[in-house]
Structure formats: C-alpha cells, structure tokens
Ligand binder design. Sequence first.
Ligand SMILES: Cc1cc2nc3c(=O)[nH]c(=O)nc-3n(C[C@H](O)[C@H](O)[C@H](O)COP(=O)(O)OP(=O)(O)OC[C@H]3O[C@@H](n4cnc5c(N)ncnc54)[C@H](O)[C@@H]3O)c2cc1C
Length: 223
Amino acid sequence: ADKADFVLVFARTDASKGRDGVTCFIVDTNTKGFHVRRVVHTLRSSHYATELQFEDMRVPNANILGEVNKGFAIANERLSRQRIPYAAACIAVAVKAQELAVDYAKQRETFGAPLASRQAIQWMIVDNEIDIRTSLWLTLDAAHKADRGEPYRMEAGIAKLVASEAGGRVVDRAMQIHGGYGMTKDLPFERWYREMRIRRVGEGPNEVQRHIVARDLLGGSLR
Ligand SMILES: Cc1cc2nc3c(=O)[nH]c(=O)nc-3n(C[C@H](O)[C@H](O)[C@H](O)COP(=O)(O)OP(=O)(O)OC[C@H]3O[C@@H](n4cnc5c(N)ncnc54)[C@H](O)[C@@H]3O)c2cc1C
C-alpha cells in the first residue's frame, strides 16, 4: 500500500447484518487520513505487507465499488477465483523441487552407490510425484469448472489446501534428499520452504478451506 495509487477497503457498514453489512471502497492513497503506519516483514523476503491506519478519513459515495452492503460477494468471488492460480503456483515450486531432487539422487553417491538406488530415497521421490499429480488434477478440475461457469468454490478450496500442503511436503523431501547441501542458501529450497509455509495461511488459511468444503457438503446451516 505504500507504493499503490489506490487500495480496495472492505469495511463493515452495518454491524447487525453479518456478511450483508460489508461495503467495498476504492480509496486513493493520497486521501486525507490514509496512513501507512508501518511495513510488516514476513517469511517472504521478496515482499512485505503494510499496516494501515484510517484517521477521520472520508471517502465519497462515488468510490463505492458495487453497492452499499454488497462488498462481501466481491471479496468472496475474488478470493475463490484466486485460489486456483495460488494452487498452481505451489505446484510450480513442487515440480522444480522434484526435478532437482531426481537429478541429485542420480548424481550423488554415498557408500559406493547413487542415492537413487536406495529405496528410502526412491520412496521420497515417488511420494513427491504422487503429491504433485494429485495437486495438479485437483487444480485442473477447479480451473475447468470455473472456466465453464460451473460452481467451483469447493473445488478451488480443495485445490488450494491440497497443493499448499503437498507443496510443503515435496520441498521438505527434496531438501532431505540433498542432505546438508539442501539446507544451504546456495539452493532455492530454503526460500521455497518459507514460501510454502506462508501458503497454508495466505489466500484463506487451510482450516477455512476445510470449513468451506464442510459447508458445501453439509449445507449452508454451518456458519
Ligand atoms: C505473507 C502474507 C501475504 C498476504 N497477502 C495478502 C494480500 O495480498 N491480500 C490480502 O487480502 N491478504 C493477504 N494476506 C492475509 C491472509 O490472507 C490472512 O492472513 C489469512 O487469510 C488469515 O487471516 P488472519 O490472519 O486474519 O487469521 P485468523 O482469521 O485470525 O486465523 C488465525 C488462525 O485461526 C484459524 N481459524 C480462523 N477461523 C477459524 C475457524 N472458524 N475454524 C477453525 N480455525 C479457524 C485460522 O485457520 C488460522 O490458523 C497475507 C498474509 C501473509 C502472511
């Protein structure tokens, strides 16, 4: 937000109406009362978050995106749709980690034989492949449904949660296969390890994805 010309603010405009009491505002960052209080650093070293403060800030009616109290649907649609590329990005990291693990297992010899000949290593590589392919098919399924205009919220939630958890496991196994070398900053694993950890929380934490799936399976009565 410290570099943006405008931000979208989802604000509660009717405290008594739950999700029907949220409005989306387009707020110019040079509006009087808009402050970036501080930069917040996270596990992701390439980006940072910002903490905002709104002090007696007034936003004109013209800056309402959509209608008053209809902001939740805008956020919900954006969040659901975004979970599909978010899952795909986890798979991209997992595929590259697996590629490095396979190459290294063939090349590195211990006790007179390549790592690739050891069943313990083979099984890690197999489990990686299963995690990658499972994530891929679930993500394609969600993308296919979204593209066709079919309901896809549950599929997107499942894809995001499986791909983020599987991606973390794949990176972890690839690091293990690389031994001490895998812990160094010479290789991208430690960065991916941090990124995969974020992805279980970002774009809606995985507990919330499970909640979305439960609600779709068990009915809208669940809050
Ligand atoms: C690096 C980073 C980048 C981000 N970038 C963006 C961004 O670009 N745009 C954006 O809008 N947001 C962004 N976020 C915010 C992110 O989407 C939220 O942090 C995330 O959705 C979790 O919300 P919260 O932090 O309020 O956690 P909370 O809602 O406070 O949840 C805390 C914990 O409780 C669990 N929990 C919450 N409710 C329930 C429940 N009902 N049942 C069981 N468990 C529950 C959660 O799963 C979580 O583990 C970013 C976060 C990070 C870390």
